[in-house]
Design a protein around this ligand. Structure first.
Ligand SMILES: [Zn+2]
Length: 199
């Protein structure tokens, strides 16, 4: 449709989640009219984010250091570990201010259709974190959908025999959706009202 680099820009933008062809055109035209300094700042931050941001070596949250801010914070309660699917969920739970423990990011959920089994998730990295007896409760905060349920069921069976208190978020979250889309109050309540996973 357009020539050379303008079309390249539209193609690249169109690959971003939630943008689509029309949105990509709109952003491309906005950038063409924008001040060169503004565009340079955007380009710079895109490069920086890929160079600087890594994943925490303990919990796999995003981090600029080897360990993330939450894992490094001595005020966080080391006895409670909250297991989530994605680092976006960490952000959502942090917003509720209900949780003072630490996290473990699985990197997805069990989904046979997509070829994702337990071995594709960071469960292997979770187990050593539970081995020294410091963690007494594991909160399974997976998404309230089929894949999230399957993951929580799998982890309950794996972790309960280890003598850990395994809990799930209280019901009330919008079923079928993503944890990150639940509002703070609902998510905070689900956290406060968590229950034993094997009931
Ligand atoms: Zn961390």
């Amino acid at each position: 449709m357009f020539e050379g680099v303008v079309q390249d820009l539209i193609d690249e933008l169109g690959r971003l989640p939630g943008v689509g062809p029309k949105g990509a055109q709109r952003i491309a035209f906005h950038l063409l009219q924008a001040e060169p300094d503004d565009v340079r700042r955007l380009a710079e931050v895109l490069v920086q984010v890929k160079q600087r941001v890594k994943f925490c070596s303990l919990c796999f949250n995003v981090s600029e250091e080897q360990q993330c801010r939450i894992c490094r914070d001595p005020r966080r309660d080391p006895s409670v570990l909250c297991v989530v699917e994605e680092y976006k969920d960490v952000v959502a739970i942090e917003r509720t201010r209900e949780f003072r423990g630490r996290y473990h990011v699985l990197g997805g959920a069990i989904s046979p259709i997509d070829g994702v089994g337990p071995d594709q998730l960071r469960i292997r990295e979770l187990l050593p974190r539970l081995a020294d007896g410091q963690v007494v409760e594991v909160i399974l905060a997976t998404d309230p959908n089929l894949e999230g349920e399957a993951t929580a069921t799998y982890l309950t069976r794996l972790l309960t025999p280890m003598g850990l208190r395994v809990t799930r978020l209280a019901s009330g979250l919008p079923v079928g959706g993503d944890l990150e889309y639940a509002d703070e109050v609902t998510l905070g309540r689900a956290f406060a009202g968590r229950r034993s996973a094997d009931d």
